[in-house]
Ligand binder design. Structure first.
Ligand SMILES: Cc1cc2nc3c(=O)[nH]c(=O)nc-3n(C[C@H](O)[C@H](O)[C@H](O)COP(=O)(O)O)c2cc1C
Length: 198
């Protein structure tokens, strides 16, 4: 019996909360053999806005901090369809978009497939593969809610960037982990997510 490498697609969009995406990447490289990263053109602006310049000035320099795991990361050209996630023939375990903007969520709901992010998500839906959307916006308009309903009906999981507090997180990263670990569990990975009453 041949065993296939565990491949995952991580999309990162221009919604607030880029730390969700970076933390997911940090964890995914330890769980998967290959991580295809699709970053929207807005991500660098969010990194500049939300993080200390010393922490992660670029996505690429963040990946360098992952040491030997950096080799498992492949940066896709978000404008190209000549990338593995653009085709259903590329077998993978699922796609997580973290954080997922309402713009990207709406384009996925409409099936536009007009860039690699939306095409890769569309492929997940047509191939009945896991698609987890770590959605970030508040409050939600009726348009957002309808789009969330559409993608849910099509098979995606909408996982709001909504940290839990019942395990008393001691840091921002602890709070972020309460969301990221749930997202990774949805992809089928064993995570250290604490269980209720344990
Ligand atoms: C600092 C900043 C924070 C933003 N936060 C959000 C957000 O939380 N949710 C959202 O849907 N859009 C947010 N936006 C707007 C998106 O970046 C914008 O709609 C963009 O077109 C989304 O496209 P993308 O999904 O391709 O990155 C934010 C923009 C900026 C500059």
């Amino acid at each position: 019996m041949t065993s296939h490498p565990t491949r995952v697609i991580l999309g990162i969009t221009g919604a607030s909360g880029v730390l969700y995406g970076l933390r997911a990447l940090e964890k995914l490289v330890q769980l998967a053999d290959e991580v295809q990263v699709i970053a929207s053109s807005n991500v660098q602006d969010i990194i500049r806005t939300e993080l200390d310049s010393g922490h992660a000035p670029t996505l690429e320099s963040f990946v360098e901090t992952l040491g030997p795991f950096a080799a498992d990361v492949h940066f896709c050209n978000p404008k190209s369809f000549f990338e593995p996630p653009a085709s259903g023939s590329y077998r993978h375990s699922g796609m997580l978009i973290a954080p997922c903007s309402m713009g990207t969520l709406g384009r996925i709901a409409a099936g536009t497939s007009d860039d690699l992010m939306c095409r890769a998500a569309d492929v997940c839906l047509k191939e009945r593969r896991k698609l987890i959307l770590l959605a970030r916006e508040t409050p939600l308009s009726l348009v957002h809610l309808r789009n969330m309903t559409s993608v849910t009906e099509a098979g995606a999981v909408v996982l709001p960037a909504s940290p839990s507090f019942y395990h008393k997180p001691e840091s921002l990263m602890d709070a972020i982990d309460t969301v990221v670990d749930r997202a990774l569990a949805q992809l089928g990975f064993q995570t250290p997510a604490k269980e209720w009453m344990k």
